[in-house]
Design a protein around this ligand. Structure first.
Ligand code: AMP
Ligand code: GLY
Length: 424
């Protein structure tokens, strides 16, 4: 088979590595890819937003299967563009990707179908939103309705902070048209868990759990980022929690989307908060998580291409997912200053240390080739993942491996996976 992956971050590198291991695949392309993906796929310089370019490439090359990584093209309808030309593609159509593309949509869906989540209200103008804030208790949460690079959520500790937040989102349009509507949500406390699941429109098969660390600095301080590190599995995601989520969240979400005429085929990423009253949905994403994928896929035993095909063909009942009985930790190596301003273009050394080491992985996120050198080219530069017999061992190994890599302005959190120390 000829396979094309759309995207060029650490998530796509982890997907490309896994797809390249499938005996079904004899040629793998990635658009646009990056310097690390280039080692297991041929990178083609087409932007993820260039649907015509992507579809033309897939048609000309006779691509048998395309896998979409990022949220923006999914929400904008890249799957529909491929299907309209009779091409096989893995991912939700535009009318299903809205589950990530509009927070107001997903909140209304959960309310209509009794899926546990935080209480909320939706606003189309800032004056009404500000009037409502007077009656809120604090902290509370403001969410820009649309896609905002993972930054459209503000947790506000006071009325004054919240008024500023509403103005930033709805009046100053800090996140562009994503802020045309606003969701105001009750603040929840608890442990966060990410569960990613394969979906075939009717059935949903969850993968092993993971936990992200979204804030830039140690101790969950600093700004929200795309994710600074992950571990898998989450020891807080117990069998009991899993059973509850399957019954009350995962399958009801699939059924709800189907009832709405929006069959969901692809990866449904459920962000959960394990509250005292039970698990509740924080958010849905319509794609693989980044960096969750960098700890989940190295633990997966299945041929992932078989699973992608079963989803597209509506035959997930034929698949049993299997994961190694081990653990994985990923530490993101970033550019100092991320997610604000940072300088890039610095040569990276030490990448070859990962060669031929079975339980160490270096996934490229923001890197590019500059002549013979590989240089930093983004805020999140690399994901360093290690697997081990348990989380403690994986964590020790991952941090050890971060020392193999060097570049100017290297930055990382030092407490990824620290929460596992609390587990007896
Ligand atoms: P989201 O983009 O919806 O995942 O939100 C980003 C982060 O904001 C989440 O991972 C949580 O840490 C936090 N967050 C979102 N919604 C809530 C909420 N209702 N209560 C508490 N924290 C929240
Ligand atoms: N790591 C969170 C996300 O992919 O949205």
């Amino acid at each position: 088979m000829k396979v094309l992956i759309i995207g060029g971050g650490g998530r796509e590198h982890a997907i490309a590595r896994k797809v390249s291991m499938s005996p079904k695949v004899n040629k793998l392309y990635c658009a646009p890819g990056n310097a690390g993906i280039a080692e297991c796929a041929e990178c083609v310089n087409i932007a993820v937003s260039d649907f015509t370019g992507l579809v033309d490439f897939a048609t000309k090359e006779g691509i048998d299967l395309t896998i979409v990584g990022p949220d923006d093209p999914l929400v904008a309808g890249v799957v529909d563009a491929f299907e309209n030309k009779g091409l096989r593609v893995f991912g939700p159509r535009k009318n299903a990707a809205i589950i990530e593309g509009s927070k107001a949509f997903s909140k209304d869906l959960m309310k209509k179908y009794n899926i546990p989540s935080a209480a909320y209200d939706t606003f189309d103008n800032s004056l009404e939103a500000i009037a409502y804030l007077k009656t809120s208790s604090y902290p509370m949460v403001l969410k820009a309705d649309g896609l905002a690079l993972g930054k459209g959520v503000l947790i506000c500790n006071s009325y004054e902070e919240a008024v500023n937040g509403v103005k930033q989102i709805m009046e100053d349009k800090q996140f562009g048209s994503a802020g045309d509507r606003l969701v105001i949500e009750e603040f929840m406390t608890g442990r966060e868990v990410s569960v990613l699941a394969f979906c075939d429109g009717t059935r949903i098969l969850p993968m092993t759990s993971a936990q992200d660390h979204k804030r830039a600095k140690d101790g969950d301080q600093g700004l929200n980022t795309g994710g600074m590190g992950t571990f898998s599995p989450s020891p807080f995601y117990t069998t009991e929690v899993d059973e509850f989520c399957k019954k009350e969240i995962y399958q009801p979400t699939m059924d709800a989307m189907k009832s709405e005429g929006r069959e969901f085929v692809g990866i449904l990423f459920v962000g959960l908060m394990l509250t005292k009253e039970g698990p509740k949905v924080l958010e849905y994403n319509a794609r693989f998580g980044d960096p969750e994928t960098q700890v989940i896929l190295p633990r997966m035993k299945n041929d992932i291409v078989e699973v992608f095909e079963a989803c597209i063909d509506g035959k997930l009942d034929r698949i049993t997912l299997e994961f190694e009985d081990n653990a994985a930790v990923c530490v993101i190596l970033a550019s100092y200053g991320y997610p604000d301003h940072y300088v890039k273009g610095f040569p990276i050394s030490g990448l070859e240390t990962f060669d031929r080491k079975d339980d160490y992985f270096v996934f490229h996120a923001g890197t590019k080739k500059d002549g013979e050198a590989i240089v930093t080219d983004g805020g999140r530069v690399l994901g360093v993942t290690a697997t081990g017999m348990n989380l403690m061992e994986a964590r020790k190994k991952a941090y050890e491996a971060t020392n193999w890599i060097d570049y100017a302005n290297k930055y990382m959190r030092h407490d990824i996976g620290k929460a596992i120390e609390e587990v007896k």
